[in-house]
Design a protein around this ligand. Structure first.
Ligand SMILES: *[C@@H]1O[C@H](CO)[C@@H](O)[C@H](O)[C@H]1NC(C)=O
Ligand SMILES: *[C@@H]1O[C@H](CO)[C@@H](O)[C@H](O)[C@H]1NC(C)=O
Ligand SMILES: *[C@@H]1O[C@H](CO)[C@@H](O)[C@H](O)[C@H]1NC(C)=O
Ligand SMILES: *[C@@H]1O[C@H](CO)[C@@H](O)[C@H](O)[C@H]1NC(C)=O
Ligand SMILES: *[C@@H]1O[C@H](CO)[C@@H](O)[C@H](O)[C@H]1NC(C)=O
Ligand SMILES: [Cu+2]
Length: 249
């Protein structure tokens, strides 16, 4: 599952951090601390600075029908919001990420009020960013998931733009890494934070962009239930990212 070098690194970093994870967010020069599964939960949950939903461990979600595919397990909501203006970038900061193959997506959902009170399985998500196979074939090509990794000690940065026309309000943002390096056993790594979007926008996407989690993905989608180690995949240079189209305003 991981190479010897990476396994050694993971040992140094401690069990909870073995695969990496979404540690912090930045908007411009401002940092917002996320949840850290390696630190004591009671020092973090409910703290006035907390902006991210709780992910108690780095373990992936294995089923598209798992309710925790929305905002990880247990997804306890934070009290704080990241302020951001529509049109600005939010950057997800990972100290490192181990897995190389599969798509990455960023989603938003309006809370229509306090995001701490919503049911994450009932809100309507829309995808604002995605990246998958950049070049080469499916098993050996360059994926964005691999390209975003830095192994020089600097964090892995994942920027996405809040669509400039988005209506102001309180939103959840959901970052998902889907790793498909195990045959027919996809691993979903979702993490959610709460945003307070300002700006001059006025719209939400039309219904064809809206999805629920669970619901957005089909377990039999050939991009999800996939074995990348076949001769056919060696000849395949396209990969369809699941979850429907991007809405960028
Ligand atoms: C980034 O996240 C780590 C891990 O959660 C935390 O220890 C650190 O203080 C954060 N850095 C900043 C600048 O917020
Ligand atoms: C903002 O995000 C977009 C979309 O990922 C990216 O192409 C661009 O480089 C980012 N800009 C900055 C300044 O990070
Ligand atoms: C969201 O931002 C607006 C504008 O700055 C502010 O008036 C409002 O109190 C903020 N809401 C929350 C829940 O932080
Ligand atoms: C893959 O491509 C090679 C070279 O074109 C061809 O010989 C082989 O039959 C292909 N394999 C499959 C499974 O399509
Ligand atoms: C590549 O494109 C073909 C034709 O659109 C599609 O059937 C196939 O599922 C795609 N392959 C992958 C791995 O997404
Ligand atoms: Cu692993």
């Amino acid at each position: 599952m991981v190479s010897l070098v990476l396994a050694a690194l993971a040992t140094l970093l401690g069990p909870a951090l073995a695969h990496g994870g979404l540690a912090n967010y930045t908007v411009g020069d401002t940092w917002y601390r996320g949840y850290d599964p390696d630190e004591t939960p009671s020092d973090q949950l409910g703290q006035p600075w907390m902006v991210q939903r709780q992910w108690a461990s780095i373990d992936p979600i294995f089923s598209v029908d798992d309710p925790f595919i929305a905002c990880n397990n247990p997804g306890v909501p934070p009290p704080a919001y990241i302020p951001i203006e529509a049109g600005e970038n939010i950057t997800a900061v990972y100290w490192y990420w181990l897995h190389p193959v599969g798509p990455m997506t960023v989603w938003l959902a309006p809370c229509n009020g306090d995001c701490a009170k919503v049911n994450v399985n009932e809100v309507e998500w829309f995808k604002i960013w995605e990246a998958g196979l950049l070049s080469g074939n499916v098993p050996e090509g360059m994926w964005w998931q691999k390209q975003f990794q830095n192994w020089d000690g600097s964090p892995d940065l994942w920027p996405a733009t809040i669509p400039i026309s988005l209506k102001p309000g309180l939103y959840m943002i959901r970052h998902e890494i889907l790793s498909i390096h195990i045959e027919n056993k996809p691993q979903f790594y979702p993490e959610c934070a709460h945003l307070n979007v300002t700006g001059k926008g006025s719209v939400l996407p039309p219904t064809e962009y809206l999805r629920k989690f669970p619901g957005a993905y089909d377990p039999n989608d050939p991009s999800i239930n996939i074995n990348i180690y076949t001769d056919q995949m060696k000849n395949t240079t396209n990969y369809t990212i699941p979850g429907g189209p991007i809405w960028d305003g």
